[in-house]
Design a protein around this ligand. Structure first.
Ligand code: ZN
Length: 141
């Protein structure tokens, strides 16, 4: 429940930041246009200025969409004590880095996190330590 709330808050915070950045870009563009207007806009045809404005708006929208797509493609879900992406690749629950080798270590079955230098165990909700194929089977919808 708390993790879903954190996930939704993070998802909306990215949208808020992108919206604020878009507003900031528009405000900065407006201020720059006011500063440049006596010198540049008199010489620049209005059709060209409108085209430049629309082009910059289009580029800004594409960049915002790209940021959102990149963010959504990397969304991780915490299950079995590990984070998983949509392709069921495991990530460290501490540093959220991709995990290294899977194996049956002395403490149980799990992965090696190269960044944390720790063994991260696969832990089922009942406390058991399932194998990777069992975990993948349970994670598939
Ligand atoms: Zn780690």
């Amino acid at each position: 429940m708390l993790q879903e709330l954190q996930k939704k808050l993070l998802e909306h915070s990215v949208s808020i930041v992108v919206t604020l950045l878009t507003g900031l870009f528009l405000l900065a563009g407006k201020e720059i246009m006011v500063l440049l207007s006596p010198q540049v806009l008199d010489k620049l045809p209005k059709k060209a200025a409108l085209s430049l404005f629309l082009l910059s708006l289009l580029v800004n929208c594409i960049m915002c969409a790209w940021v959102i797509i990149l963010y959504r493609s990397r969304q991780l879900t915490l299950r079995f004590g590990l984070y998983w992406d949509k392709d069921l690749n495991p990530y460290c629950p501490v540093c959220q880095s991709p995990l290294g080798a899977y194996g049956d270590y002395m403490t149980g079955r799990g992965f090696n996190c190269i960044k944390c230098n720790e063994i991260v165990l696969i832990t089922a909700p009942d406390g058991s330590n399932p194998t990777l194929p069992e975990t993948i089977r349970l994670l598939r919808p």
